[in-house]
Design a protein around this ligand. Structure first.
Ligand code: PMV
Length: 326
């Protein structure tokens, strides 16, 4: 018999203290804790149905058939948990440019973990959903929750998962994604991380620094200290990119336009408009600011970037089921 057809939605998250290196490649256990903000504007909707008439998994993304290797590996984990051998039809729609450093893998695997487990009749709690999502893409474990979320690294499959810090923000924070390039990134995060862990002479300094940043960021969040939050996020992101520059072979995610965006943010700050930047495994720059300054900042940025390149997001919710069709 076919299982119910389950649709789930999960939002992306952007880390303010980054995850950049694994301690366990297979289980995706990170080297350090990370802390993110889930966003409302970027999300993935995924529908899963297991079907005895299928002879292999099928996967479409935005209506186009895709390779299933990674999806099948992930579904195997769910099948094993549910003692099922059924293949699945997976249909995803990304409301975020795919693989452009806007964390589409985070929303993708969080939505797939929720829809896939529910379709096979597993009623996982949030902690177990987070553990499951982590196996698809590390950052996905944080997208199970809304608002500020910490991924506690743990040291095993059982102990590595995200916890919510502040799910409903009583703080008007905004993130402006400057889409420099929405093409797929040149170095996948998995490969980038592997290279830095094994070759950057600064890797142990990064682990130490990210511990300090995490503590300070948690305090800034508790005190709603925007200046501290912004400084920590910007500094932590640049430390992560310094790992890439110091790896062998060295690599980076910067494009000329990324550097231009970062310089603009610094100029705006000098002019008294408080904003900070962060960047992930892609050339797009995300600007963190407060709602009261949003209009002035977007107006200034739009002198250099088109309106289509400037996407504004606020804090978003955790993963949820949208529909179950029997
Ligand atoms: O989970 P992955 O493999 O997509 O890696 C995400 C890595 C960063 O986005 C650069 C940092 C982070 O913590 O999200």
């Amino acid at each position: 018999m076919k299982t119910p057809k389950v649709t789930a939605r999960a939002h992306t998250n952007i880390a303010l203290v980054k995850y950049w290196g694994k301690a366990d490649e297979e289980l995706i256990i990170p080297q350090n804790n990370s802390l993110s903000l889930t966003l409302d504007h970027f999300y993935t909707d995924t529908t899963v149905q297991f079907d005895p008439t299928l002879t292999a998994d099928q996967f479409t993304l935005n209506g186009q058939a895709q390779k299933t290797t990674k999806i099948t590996k992930f579904l195997d984990i769910i099948r094993q948990m549910a003692a099922s051998q059924l293949f699945a039809r997976v249909e995803s729609t990304n409301h975020v440019p795919t693989m452009a450093g806007l964390a589409s893998s985070a929303s993708a695997y969080a939505a797939l973990a929720l829809a896939g487990s529910k379709a096979l009749g597993l009623d996982l709690n949030s902690k177990d959903l987070s553990r499951l999502a982590r196996r698809g893409s590390g950052s996905a474990c944080r997208s199970i929750y809304g608002g500020f979320v910490e991924w506690q690294k743990g040291d095993s499959d059982q102990t590595s998962y995200a916890v919510p810090l502040v799910e409903n923000l009583d703080w008007d924070l905004k993130m402006i994604a400057i889409v420099v390039n929405d093409k797929q990134k040149k170095i996948a995060s998995r490969a980038g991380m592997q290279t830095v862990v094994h070759t950057s002479p600064y890797y142990s300094a990064w682990v130490k620094r990210s511990k300090e940043d995490l503590l300070a960021l948690k305090q800034a969040i508790a005190e709603k200290d925007f200046t501290q939050l912004g400084k920590i996020a910007e500094g932590n992101a640049m430390c992560m990119h310094a790992l890439n520059l110091s790896a062998t072979p060295h690599f980076n995610y910067f494009e000329a336009e990324s550097l231009k965006a970062m310089q603009l943010v610094e100029q705006l700050r000098d002019q008294g408009l408080e904003c900070y930047y962060t960047m992930d495994a892609g050339p797009n720059v995300k600007v963190i600011c407060q709602g009261k300054d949003l209009k002035a900042i977007v107006d200034s940025l739009s002198q250099e970037f088109s309106n289509e390149q400037l996407l504004v997001a606020s804090a978003g919710p955790g993963a949820e089921i949208l529909e179950i069709k029997n």
